[in-house]
Design a protein around this ligand. Structure first.
Ligand SMILES: Cc1cc2nc3c(=O)[nH]c(=O)nc-3n(C[C@H](O)[C@H](O)[C@H](O)COP(=O)(O)OP(=O)(O)OC[C@H]3O[C@@H](n4cnc5c(N)ncnc54)[C@H](O)[C@@H]3O)c2cc1C
Length: 371
């Protein structure tokens, strides 16, 4: 196999695949991921429509992948439910199984995919060496798209990796009757769960829970039965929903700490640059958007029009001006919705000022990505 590339992308999730599709139109790209496709992945699977035109420009037509359009939002806690509100832009329900597979096929049309795990990246004599097992690959620039946490974060000694994070997440698909155009967010003691339909007709239950509230229960089933059902709407869900997988997917140590979009001379995209709280439903759009920004900034560097340092400054500045305020609003929204006292005040406020919730949701989302 060829070993010398313009760009190597570590990680073939959403952000890595998008960067590979875009950059392989003009450059020699290698994308590396340990997974084979299709595969399920932790996610609420609500994709904001702000990415639709950009995906279309890459030849990915979302309307062909899913007919589930979601434009309504409902929040509940305990016995209470807020009035359903209109989502400012809306989204579609699409499984990561289908979406990532579609992108993977597209990325393979011009680029090269390698199944493997990147264990180290070194910058030597103005190029990069990327280590995958015993093999060494060479590139002019490397983009890190390895998601929430990886061995690369450890190698780079990124501060967030040394802090224990209390968050774990669980996901499962069910047969369940709910409106196609609705995404529901149900708070429970120590976490919240999202419910919405995906293109297969199944309903995705995906929740984030604090480890302290989870650790006293022997398994996910017990936790679901004992804790999630303190919310009467989730109780109703578990009484009627039929799981369609043998086992749920679960991950732990999900960190929402601030990160930097550039580390040393490496460009970080998607969750490696920053993870917005999942209740905002904007992580996938941010991953796609950050890949678009990276591709735009890398191009003039590879064409020898700007220096590497200039490219890194440009990327970092653009990333921060695009996403910093979204992340701030996301942290703020999570604090309010997870705190029982705040939630009650927020309930009263939102009931009195109906446009407040759509306004806050809008602040955690972006405008359609410029092509
Ligand atoms: C509970 C939960 C619910 C969510 N719900 C939603 C939602 O409804 N809507 C939404 O928009 N966002 C949601 N998100 C956020 C969204 O899932 C992420 O923001 C998005 O997947 C980020 O994409 P990414 O490319 O950065 O990372 P990922 O999609 O996680 O991809 C990272 C890839 O890197 C690979 N990798 C890891 N280590 C290495 C290595 N060493 N070498 C090579 N490859 C490696 C992995 O195998 C993986 O394929 C949710 C997140 C959580 C935690």
């Amino acid at each position: 196999m060829q070993k010398d590339f313009d760009i190597i992308i570590a990680g073939g999730g959403l952000s890595g695949l998008i960067a590979a599709i875009k950059l392989s139109q003009s450059f020699k790209v290698l994308i590396i991921d340990p997974d084979s496709y299709p595969r399920h992945k932790m996610c609420g699977e609500y994709l904001s429509l702000e990415v639709e035109p950009y995906l279309k420009s890459l030849g990915v037509d979302l309307s062909k992948l899913s007919s589930v359009t979601i434009d309504q939002f409902r929040f509940t806690r305990g016995l209470k439910s807020l009035e359903t509100s209109q989502l400012p832009l809306g989204g579609i329900g699409i499984s990561r199984y289908s979406l990532d597979y579609e992108l993977y096929k597209k990325a393979n049309e011009n680029g090269t995919f390698l199944q493997g795990r990147v264990t180290d990246v070194n910058h030597i004599d103005n190029h990069f060496q990327v280590i995958v097992g015993k093999e060494v690959y060479k590139a002019k620039q490397v983009i890190i798209a390895t998601g929430k946490r990886s061995v690369i974060d450890k190698k780079l000694e990124r501060p967030f990796i040394f802090k224990k994070s209390p968050w774990l997440a669980v996901k499962m698909h069910y047969d369940y009757d709910m409106p196609d155009n609705l995404v529901e967010l149900h708070a429970f003691n120590g976490g919240y769960a999202g419910l919405s339909r995906v293109e297969t007709g199944k309903v995705n239950l995906c929740y984030l829970a604090n480890y302290d509230s989870f650790k006293d229960y022997k398994d996910i089933d017990a936790f679901n039965k004992e804790v999630l059902t303190d919310n009467k709407f989730l109780k109703g869900f578990f009484e009627n929903a039929v799981p369609t997988w043998k086992k749920p997917i679960a991950i732990s140590q999900i960190s929402f700490e601030e990160k930097e979009p550039v580390e040393g001379k490496l460009i970080m995209i998607g969750d490696t640059a920053g993870l917005i709280h999942p209740l905002c439903g904007n992580g996938m759009a941010m991953a796609i958007h950050s890949a678009a920004i990276a591709a735009q900034q890398v191009k003039p560097f590879l064409n020898n029009e700007i220096t590497r340092d200039q490219m890194l400054i440009n990327y970092s500045n653009e990333w921060k001006s695009t996403f910093s305020s979204r992340l701030r609003y996301g942290r703020w929204l999570q604090r309010i919705l997870l705190n029982e006292k705040f939630t009650n005040i927020a309930y009263t406020l939102i009931e009195r000022i109906p446009f407040l919730l759509p306004f806050i949701i809008k602040k955690t989302h972006g405008k359609p990505i410029a092509i």
